[in-house]
Design a protein around this ligand. Sequence first.
Ligand SMILES: *Cc1c(COP(=O)(O)O)cnc(C)c1O
Length: 345
Amino acid sequence: MNIDINKLLRENIRNLKPYSSARDEFSGDAAVFLDANENPFNAPWNRYPDPHQRVLKTKVGEIKNIPVQKIFLGNGSDEPIDLLFRAFCEPGKDNVVSINPTYGMYRVAADTNNIAVNLVSLNANFELDTVAVLAAVTPDTKLIFLCSPNNPTGNALDKSGMLQIINNFQGLVVVDEAYIDFCPEKSLLPDVDKYPNLVILQTFSKAWGMAGLRLGMAFASEHIIEVLSRIKYPYNLNIMTQQKGLELLADDHLKSEWVETILKEREKMVSNLVKYPFVVKVFPTDANFVLVQMHDPRGIYNYLVEEKIIVRDRSAIALCEGCLRISVGSPEENASLMEAFDQLI
Ligand SMILES: *Cc1c(COP(=O)(O)O)cnc(C)c1O
């Protein structure tokens, strides 16, 4: 499919000349840096970080098996989500299409940028209705947001349905894969090369255990990545995030062990949960959380708070009536949850 990214861009962004930092204009090795008005004392915190995150990006490229030109690194996934709106959606005019229910940040970013969201409901099994998604597109639709595995429902979306949308839409399709490390075979990342309108979001906040560092990724064609890089804050990733991130990425067998443990714990949690009389249904999940429908979800939620256990009440969300969303914790944490539930029967 042919897609003209330049034509999709907002005119002001197309014409934007980015801020050029001292570290852009000279990035080689030198002994004396007197170019950025930094304080010469208090090393290493006195220096601005690499605005292009070269070292960290190279490492991410190795791990994800993708060239650095197709990688954007941001302050969590939230940053590329907001930047996509700012680059492609004209406030007060353009719109985006999103599935419902899904992750709340797309709506917040849309509202912040004064962009309408056309919601398309998933079906009762939380599956994608590709025909309805494409039917919700108008001439002003610039982005379609899909989330797979989806939050808060937990299920991965059907690959062929997503590809059908990507193939039949003249704007960008953003597929948020925040939970993909828990079901890597369902990733669309290998398809980024084939589809110039596909943007994949991933994060180090979940399987990699770095939510506090704020490190998110976007993968897309070189042209889209260049645009996001042009409009980001020059120093969007601080020194600590870049250094600590690199250090943690060096050891990726830790992440594999965590994922393995979490998946085992998830299966245990699911088989325990279905035994409780107050549990109506445990929905199938591809992520590190389960959506559980209960009799009296609010009562259960409040009881757990008293027991000092916090879960997420999703019972007011469309299609999630009666549901709590429970993250899979450590074996000890999950045991505490089950002990608390045991006291209810
Ligand atoms: C947790 C989550 C993220 C991660 O956001 P970060 O800003 O990278 O921490 C992104 N998308 C979804 C759907 C999530 O649930």
